[in-house]
Design a binder for this molecule. Structure first.
Ligand SMILES: Cc1cc2nc3c(=O)[nH]c(=O)nc-3n(C[C@H](O)[C@H](O)[C@H](O)COP(=O)(O)OP(=O)(O)OC[C@H]3O[C@@H](n4cnc5c(N)ncnc54)[C@H](O)[C@@H]3O)c2cc1C
Length: 508
């Protein structure tokens, strides 16, 4: 094992990014003698949203040896089988679709879906809405947890994949108390000034109470303000506003009616100037509207969201948020690593922010453990993180490119926007021309953050079939949505109900 070339790491910021980093670093490196301090300001709050994850968060908890029974009830967490997208498309049969998380049980029907999508691209009348072919969609329809009941024969069940919904504030508290157990030092204070060495490294943080804090690595988790990476080191921020128009959000929680089954999916419904999320936790819904201030003012957006949520939103306070969408040019520079909103943010349509945080910390730790801590290692590291941000950006942007709504300039301009990467332009072109889509995806390899099934689900799910239906006879006949749904319903019956499983975990 290489020695870790750091003695004291200072994390600035106590939002999800700061506490996730503190836990991962302390779990792996405190036993190797690295001291970790997390500083947060009592005057500057955390963003307090961010209540959906990708499946990658499962690895975060398993790396820390924290079981679902330990953290989920403490964070009012629930399971997420995927994301449903109503009203992005007006194509008949594709007005809503689901981006599922993929399960081992999907192998057979999933292949039928890919076949149908290819047939449909060639003009055959084949059903190709992913929500009819993937188990996760059926589990969500039936409000089940992604956990099989034990089999009577005692054999193992096929593997499932899934993500989570959770209360962001409670997750922060949970992670804080776990980090403290791991020996992280927690300070409350506001950085007022930053002292640098001649080479530009960060040396000392001067706090408002007059005290100083030194360290040899500083992790900037200060949120959108980018206190260290932007304000101190002057690292440029590259906006994605040309691609992704949304720069505002309004959040309004609503109650989950007592006794009602808890949904096991995020719903992201297109509205007139953006989209609204509905995230079911075990006790309430987190809701919000993500929109573009260049198309709608905040007051009108709030009215739109309230109308969408109906009586459930009456009397509930709305929180208005601004979003800085894009990324810094370099995430690791000098002795500073930017993490979380300070490193960049892609609007939350695919709930990817925590995943990018986790990936950045893990990659950074892997570099250190390989002894790659020199400045010459920063460029490849930054390239890899940038590749991830751009991969997520392109996948999120595709939703807007494919929309077929016609009720506002917002949707028309999104569809017409040609400021997209060459890679995305090529992917859409190959799909539309009926070209070799598999070869196209393979050609882009690791640059695509999303794997093949996700691309098929998005393109087919939005009904992107440019050709007219033709009298095309496929042999054997394509599996119909009814056949697929019947098979899925049988498999789904083997799973726990969502509320039932959360109770088993200890949720009151
Ligand atoms: C509308 C919206 C929806 C989102 N939805 C999702 C989602 O579904 N899934 C997902 O993964 N992510 C989502 N995110 C992103 C997610 O909320 C953030 O990535 C996550 O919360 C991490 O935030 P953070 O810790 O970087 O910053 P913050 O939570 O803003 O924390 C900043 C911290 O820095 C401290 N600080 C700042 N300045 C100073 C100073 N001078 N001195 C000392 N301390 C200082 C503050 O006290 C605070 O503790 C969403 C974001 C938005 C805006």
């Amino acid at each position: 094992m290489n020695p870790i070339p750091l003695q004291h790491i200072v994390i600035v910021g106590g939002g999800s990014a700061g506490w996730m980093a503190a836990n991962l670093l302390a779990h792996h490196w405190s036993p190797r003698g690295v001291r970790i301090t997390l500083l947060e300001s009592s005057e500057i709050g955390i963003i307090g949203v961010g209540e959906g994850s990708t499946p990658y968060l499962r690895q975060f908890f398993s790396r820390l040896n924290i079981s679902e029974a330990e953290w989920m009830p403490a964070c009012n967490a629930s399971y997420k089988c995927g994301i449903r997208f109503p009203n992005w498309s007006k194509v008949a049969g594709y007005e809503t679709y689901m981006h599922p998380f993929f399960n081992q049980a999907d192998l057979a029907l999933g292949n039928e879906f890919f076949r149908n999508a290819c047939l449909r691209r060639r003009g055959a009348d084949a059903d190709a809405n992913p929500q009819d072919f993937f188990l996760a969609a059926e589990l969500a329809r039936q409000r089940r947890a992604p956990h099989y009941r034990p089999r009577p024969d005692g054999q193992d069940s096929p593997a499932t994949d899934y993500a989570y919904h959770f209360d962001a504030g409670l997750l922060g508290q949970f992670l804080r108390s776990h980090a403290l157990k791991l020996g992280v030092r927690h300070l409350i204070g506001t950085v007022q000034q930053v002292q640098q060495t001649e080479s530009g490294d960060i040396q000392t943080l001067r706090l408002a109470d007059g005290s100083n804090l030194d360290g040899d690595l500083f992790i900037d988790c200060s949120g959108f303000r980018g206190l260290l990476i932007n304000q101190t080191l002057g690292e440029p921020f590259l906006s994605f506003a040309d691609n992704l128009f949304n720069d505002r959000a309004i959040a309004i929680p609503t109650a989950l009616p007592e006794g009602e089954d808890i949904p096991s999916e995020t719903v992201s419904s297109a509205l007139k100037h953006g989209w609204a999320w509905q995230i079911p936790l075990s006790h309430r819904y987190g809701n919000g509207y993500v929109y573009a201030s260049s198309f709608v003012c905040d007051d009108e957006a709030e009215r739109e969201l309230r109308a969408f949520l109906g009586p459930a939103a009456e009397g509930q306070t709305a929180r208005r948020l601004q979003m800085r969408v894009g990324r810094v040019a370099q995430h690791w520079r000098n002795n500073c690593l930017a993490l979380g909103l300070s490193q960049g943010f892609i609007e939350p349509l695919e709930a990817t922010a925590l995943m990018l945080i986790q990936f950045t910390v893990e990659l950074f730790m892997a570099e250190m453990e390989r002894g790659q801590f020199g400045r010459e290692h920063q460029a490849p590291f930054n390239r890899r993180i940038n590749q991830m941000f751009e991969g997520v950006r392109d996948y999120v942007l595709t939703h807007y490119q494919l929309n077929t709504r016609d009720d506002s300039e917002y949707w028309r301009e999104n569809r017409a926007n040609r400021k997209i990467s060459d890679r995305l332009a090529s992917i859409l072109d190959v799909w539309d021309r009926g070209g070799d889509f598999e070869a196209e995806l393979t050609r882009h390899g690791d640059d695509l953050m999303y794997i093949r099934p996700s691309w098929y689900c998005l393109l087919a799910g939005m009904g992107r079939f440019p050709g007219q239906l033709q009298a095309y006879k496929a042999s054997p006949a394509p599996v119909s949505r009814q056949q697929a749904r019947e098979a899925l319903a049988q498999t789904a019956a083997q799973f726990y109900g969502h509320r039932e499983y959360l109770h088993l975990l200890g949720q009151r």
